[in-house]
Design a protein. Sequence first.
Length: 533
Amino acid sequence: MSGDGEELPDELYALQDDEIAALSSIYPGLVNIDSVDSSTGSHTVTLSIPVDLPAATPTVLTSAVSNPASTSTAASLELAHLPALSARVVLPPGYPSTKPPRVVSLRAKIPKHDGPGGWLSNRMLSKVQERLAAIWTSERDAAGEGLGVLWTWFDWVTSSEFLTDLGLLSSGLLSLPTPPTLTTSTYHLLLKSNDAATSRVDFEGAAHPCAICFGDRKGRSCVQLPVCGCVFCHSCLHGFWALAIQEGTLTNVACPSVDCVKARAARPVEHAAAVFDDNRSDGITAAVVESVVGSELVKRWHTLSAKRLIETDPLYTFCPHEKCQAPVPPPSDTATHDLAQSAQGAHKVIRLDIGKCDVPSSKSSHDDAISVASRWDNFRQCPRCEMVFCIMCRSTWHGVTTGCSIKDAEQAVREYLDADEEGREAIRQRLGPRNTDALMALVRDHELHQLLQEWAKANATACPGCKSIIEKSEGCNHMTCHQCRTHFCYRCGVAISATHPYDHFNQRHTPCYNKLFDVVFEDFWVPFEGEVE
C-alpha cells in the first residue's frame, strides 16, 4: 500500500517504466532512477535537463549588488549552452493518469563552482517548479486524464522556452543576474567554460563528414578548426599538415577546405607575421598545430616559421643569442616613445661649471633630444629569451647616452668600402675587435645583397607580396609565390587576381597583352654533315 492508501495498478507502473525507458534512450545518461518503492513500485528519478540556446546568443550579465541597472563590462559573451537544471522527481502512485509528478528539489548548479547559489535565483526556480506542475494539470484538462509529462518538461527547458517565459530571453538577448557570491568577471568565465565544455561533448558525440576524405567520423576522431568551423578527421588533417611542414610549404598549414582555400586566394596577402604567429586571423595557433601533428613536427614548424618570417619581413631580425635565434619584431611606435620619454626623464644630469654662465642654445638642446630619441630605433628585445640588444652592433643594449659605435649601418659600410687599405685599418683600430666583427658581417651582407640584386635584375623577378626573388625555369608568366602564395606576372612583377589571373594578359594596349608565354626562337635544327643549310 502507498502512503495515499492506494495500490499502483500494473498498467500505471508499466506506463511509468515505459516513459522512463523512452526518455533514457533519447537522453542517455541524463535520467537516473534513484529508488523504486518496493510496496507500490513508484519511482524516484533525477533528471539532468540541458539548456540549449538558439545558436550563439548575446548575453548580458547584470549585477544587483552595485547597481541593478549596471551590466557586465567584461568581454562580450555569446552562449549556446547554459548549465543543466537538476530536478529530483517523485512519480507517485496514480501517475500519470490521476496524480501529478512531484518535484522535490530543483537546482541550477554552476559547474566548477562549489559555493552556494546557482545561475538561477531561488525565486526563479520556484517559478520554474510551478510551471512544471502546471504542465501536467493543463495536459489532464485537455485530454480528460493525466498524461506522461517528463518529455514535455525536457522540451520546455531544453528549447530554452522557459527562459522566455521567465523574461530572461527577449529579442535575441539573454540577461542573467550575477549570483551574489560571485563577481561578474568570475561568473563570465564560468559560463564561458561551461559553454565550451558542453559544445565539445556535443561535437564528440555527433558524426561529422570530413572535408578531405568525405567519410563520416565521430567527433572524438575529428578536428574542428577554431574560426571557420571546418571539420576534418584527425588522420586526414595530420597527413596534410605534416606534408606541408616537411616540405616547407608553411602557408598550407591552414584550413584545406575548398571554400577556405578560395577565400584565402581572394584576400590580400597577410603580413608575414600574421601568417606565423599566434594572432592569426584563422585562429590556428601553435597549440592547434601541435594537437594535430605532434611535438616533433611543431618544433620544425616553429623553426621554419621563424626563418621564413625573417626572410619575408625586412623589419624583423633574429636574436643574437646563440642558443635562441628567435625572430625579433620591431618595437611598436608607442613602446619606443615610452622608452625615450622615460629615458629623458631618468637620465637628466645637471652640470655646474664655475666661471661659465653661457645659456645653452635651445636649438642645440632640441637637436640633442632628437638624436637621443632616434637612437631608440636600434633597441630590440627578444620575445623568447628577453635579451635586449642593439640591432646595429648586435651587442647587449648599451643605452642611448653612449651611443653605438656603428651608428649608421649603410654609412659605415660605405665608408669602409670607399676607404683604401690604410683607411680600413684605421677604421678597424677605431672600432676594436668586437665591433669590427659586427662591421665585417654588415659588409659581407652588403656585398651579397649587391650580387643578389645584380643577378635578380638579369635573371629573376621579385614577388610583389613578400619581395622574395623568384626565377622561372619554364612555362607561362602567371606565377604563384612559394612563400606567400601571391599570384603575379613574371614579366612586369605586378600582383594579379588569384581567381582570374589571365585577365592581366588579355588587356589591350598593355606591355603584357598576349604575353602569357614568351616565345623564344632557338636553333633546334643542327645540320648533318654534308647537308646544305
